[in-house]
Every structure is written in structure tokens, then in C-alpha cells.
Write a protein that binds this ligand. Structure first.
Ligand SMILES: NC(=O)c1ccc[n+]([C@@H]2O[C@H](COP(=O)([O-])OP(=O)(O)OC[C@H]3O[C@@H](n4cnc5c(N)ncnc54)[C@H](O)[C@@H]3O)[C@@H](O)[C@H]2O)c1
Ligand SMILES: [Zn+2]
Length: 418
């Protein structure tokens, strides 16, 4: 009774007792929205970490012992460093690209040094999808091993979806898998690429053909970083926000309609809310279906034709979100023609997309040519496509459809027969 630790006093082997208690509580601790490491940290710094975690209002992605928190941070660099420190890593490896490193790299490296550990190596990749290749993964892994990485290392991927896909993939294969933290810097990577655990690279002509499922240990999105994103990339990311709203969040749709001007002006507080809501939609679906056997297909709303249009344009003519916007318009028309989609709701979505500067004129698109890419892709997996249709804003469902039928519905929709 001397130490005032009732759970430990009287235990013959205190350390064994501590381990036992920790094991019994581990599954509960795994669901904590924030973790603050206090070892060797000043009380003032602990208070700073607690305040940041509180201000970030972390969102929780519940995946059992692979659960993690997503922070939408006002001070992205400090919160990212906090998330890394919470993992008590043996060493920290940053993967980023030239643009992000130039614009946002210095504060992150400073914050790591101040609140976690100085980066043991920083891999600065050449930006661009054409560099999302195994060579980039090899460069990152080589830097990590050269700097003495062990199994307790943590990889911090700081950049857009290309960087988080490469950084996550490198983490999943380094010494058969180490932990990683995603610090996404584009709207697309914040609302989509960094949550869900898909990692990987392109091989030959095949996009995302080589990869793993490897959930991050934390995600820290900093809306302030979006100030430097190009207008086209930012709008492209907004298409995924509209997609999330259509899938499961009618309030998000209403918010976008009401505040379109402030959205386009990139008001950071408003962006934080859009990102939070979009991630919540994705997190709930991923939690139900981590490995994409069922519900996760909902996240592909607008993506079947979207991917085909992207491929038809050589991935240059249309940005991903622009193609998804057109794909959603097409699926809304298909839904109307089948009588499952509320026509007024469909009109609202199309108006919102146009208001956000996204393309909606599917009748001007080479849909028949694009559908040839679709059939090439699907032939490998049998001819039924898990089509996503919207009933009403915030309510979608998956309907398996023979490829031929979907193709003819899409062609008719594009021709204006809704
Ligand atoms: N893993 C997944 O679940 C998933 C989901 C969706 C998309 N993705 C992948 O994400 C990739 C697309 O992501 P992306 O659009 O973020 O591409 P990206 O990473 O190529 O970034 C686009 C460009 O913006 C620059 N950039 C990044 N942040 C910036 C900032 N804050 N300010 C200024 N410039 C900045 C980059 O250097 C790059 O030139 C694709 O490869 C796609 O396959 C993955
Ligand atoms: Zn997408």
C-alpha cells in the first residue's frame, strides 16, 4: 500500500502484472482517438500535444487492432509530428516530392525535430503519376535501409496521392512491414487516397497494378496546405467531395450548395469541415468492408465511366476528378432512365458540379470510344460490373449489371436519352 497503486501493490511480479493489465486493455486503448506520449517530454510540451489533439477533433477509423485516427489539423506540421511521436518510433523516414518539399517541407522537418525525432532520411521524389513506379519505391527503401531502418521505424508520407501510395507501399514492404503516417497535401489525397489502406504503384500500362493493403497508423490532413494547390487539382478533388455527399451525406451536399463561393475561395475552416465529412463517409464504408468485397464498391460512384474516360484521354485530357464528375452525371442519367434515381435530386447534383467548375456535359464526351477501355478492363474479371446508382442525395446502392447492358445504358445516357 506504500506507493498508492492499488492494482500493482501486492503483485508478486509488478512488471508481469503491468504487462497483464496492458494486454487486457489493449483493445480499448486501440480505439483511442488520440494518444499522447509523455516519456521524456516537458509538461508544457505534453500540454501542447493534448491541446492540438483536442483542437483537431480526430476522426476514428474502426478496424480492430488496425484502427487509427484521422486528424484535420490547423497546425499540420506539429500535429503530424505529434502523430509520429505517439508511435515511439526507432527512427522516422520522410517520403515526399519536390513540390511539396519546397512548399511545405521545412516546417514539417522542424516539427519532427522539435516534437518527435529528426528525420533519419528524406526521400524527395520526382512529382507526377508517371513516376509512381517501382523505381521510386526502391529509392525510398534504399534510403531507409542505408540509414539503419529497423522494424520499429515509421514512414511519414508527405504529399499528394502519388506520394502516399508510394510511401505506404514502401512501408508495407520494408522489413516485411513497418508503420506509416499519411500527411496528405492535396484535396484528393485528403478525402480519398490517404484513408483506406490501399497502397501501390503503376506497372507498365496498368495503373495501381502492384500494391498492398496496409493501413496507416495515423492520418494528418492540413487544409492550410491546399492554399498552394493548382486550381484544376483543387476542383478535381472537389468532385470526390461531391461523390461522398451523394453516397451518404446529404448535409454535405447542402453545405456545398450553400457555400460554393467560400469553398472555391478555399476557406480553411470550411475545407476542414468538407474534408472531415468526406473522410467520415469513406471511413464508415472501409470499416464495413476493408478489402473491397461488397460495400466498398459504393466509393466507385461515377468511377466506372470516369476511369474509362480518363484512359481514353491518355490520363492527360481529363483530370481524375473531372472524369469522375462526368461519370457521376452519366450514372445519374442512367438511374433516371431506370426510374431508380429521383430526377430533382439528380438535377441538383449536376448543378452543384457545374457550380464548382467541374465538367458535366457528358454529351460532348467520346463515350463509345471510352467504353472500349472499360470492356478491356472488365474482360479480365468476367463481364458483370458492380454498378453504383443513386436513389436520392445521400442514398446509393450497388447493382451488378452485365457489361453489355451497362454500356448501352451509358451510351443512351450520353446521347441525352435520360
Ligand atoms: N490509395 C488510394 O486509395 C487512392 C485513392 C485515390 C487516389 N489515389 C492515387 O492518388 C494519386 C493522385 O493523387 P493527387 O492528385 O494528390 O496526385 P499527386 O500526388 O501527383 O499530386 C498532384 C500534384 O500536386 C503537387 N502537390 C501536392 N501537394 C501540393 C500542395 N499542397 N501545393 C501545391 N502542389 C502540391 C504534387 O507535387 C503533384 O505535382 C493517383 O496516383 C491515384 O491512383 C489513391
Ligand atoms: Zn476517385
Amino acid at each position: 500500500p506504500s506507493g498508492g497503486r492499488p492494482l500493482l501493490d501486492g503483485a508478486p511480479d509488478r512488471e508481469a502484472r503491468i504487462r497483464e493489465l496492458l494486454a487486457a486493455r489493449a483493445s480499448v486503448y486501440a480505439e483511442a482517438h488520440a494518444r499522447v506520449v509523455t516519456d521524456g517530454v516537458s509538461p508544457a510540451d505534453v500540454a501542447g500535444r493534448v491541446l492540438r489533439a483536442y483542437a483537431d477533433r480526430p476522426l476514428f477509423v474502426p478496424l480492430g487492432d488496425k484502427s487509427y485516427a484521422v486528424r484535420i489539423a490547423a497546425d499540420g506540421a506539429a500535429s503530424a509530428a505529434d502523430a509520429v511521436a505517439a508511435l515511439s518510433p526507432s527512427s522516422v523516414f520522410v517520403v515526399t516530392d519536390e513540390n511539396v518539399s519546397r512548399l511545405w517541407g521545412a516546417p514539417l522537418l522542424d516539427a519532427l525535430a522539435a516534437h518527435a525525432k529528426p528525420a533519419a532520411a528524406v526521400t524527395v521524389l520526382t512529382p507526377g503519376e508517371e513516376h509512381k513506379r517501382l523505381a521510386a519505391v526502391e529509392a525510398a527503401l534504399t534510403a531507409m535501409l542505408d540509414a539503419g531502418a529497423d522494424r520499429d521505424a515509421v514512414v511519414l508520407a508527405h504529399g499528394g496521392g502519388v506520394v502516399t501510395d508510394i510511401g505506404g507501399f514502401a512501408a508495407s514492404t520494408l522489413l516485411r512491414g513497418v508503420r506509416w503516417v499519411a500527411a496528405p497535401t492535396t484535396l484528393l489525397s485528403m478525402v480519398d487516397a490517404s484513408v483506406g489502406g490501399k497502397t501501390g504503384v503503376d506497372l507498365g500500362p496498368a495503373k495501381n497494378a502492384v500494391g498492398t493493403f496496409h493501413q496507416p497508423s495515423a492520418v494528418v490532413a492540413s487544409p492550410a496546405a491546399l492554399a498552394t494547390e493548382t486550381d484544376r487539382a483543387f476542383r478535381s478533388g472537389l468532385a470526390e467531395v461531391v461523390k461522398s455527399a451523394c453516397i451518404a451525406d446529404p448535409e454535405l451536399h447542402a453545405l456545398l450548395e450553400r457555400e460554393a463561393d467560400r469553398v472555391l475561395a478555399r476557406d480553411p475552416g470550411l475545407l476542414a469541415e468538407l474534408i472531415r465529412r468526406s473522410i467520415a463517409v469513406k471511413a464508415a464504408i472501409v470499416a464495413r468492408d476493408e478489402r473491397e468485397s461488397g460495400d466498398r464498391a459504393l466509393l466507385n460512384f461515377g468511377h466506372t465511366l470516369g476511369h474509362a474516360l480518363e484512359a481514353e484521354g491518355g490520363f492527360v485530357r481529363l483530370a481524375h476528378g473531372e472524369a469522375v464528375s462526368l461519370g457521376m452525371v452519366a450514372m445519374l442519367r442512367v438511374g433516371c432512365s431506370l426510374g431508380v434515381t429521383d430526377r430533382a435530386a439528380a438535377d441538383r447534383v449536376v448543378r452543384l458540379l457545374a457550380r464548382l467548375g467541374l465538367p458535366t456535359r457528358i454529351e460532348d464526351e467520346p463515350v463509345s470510344a471510352a467504353l472500349r477501355f472499360l470492356s478491356l478492363d472488365k474482360k479480365r474479371r468476367g463481364s458483370s460490373v458492380r454498378t453504383v446508382l443513386m436513389r436520392d442525395i445521400g442514398s446509393t446502392f450497388v447493382e451488378p449489371m452485365p457489361l453489355d447492358r451497362l454500356s448501352s445504358l451509358l451510351e443512351r445516357a450520353a446521347a441525352g436519352a435520360a
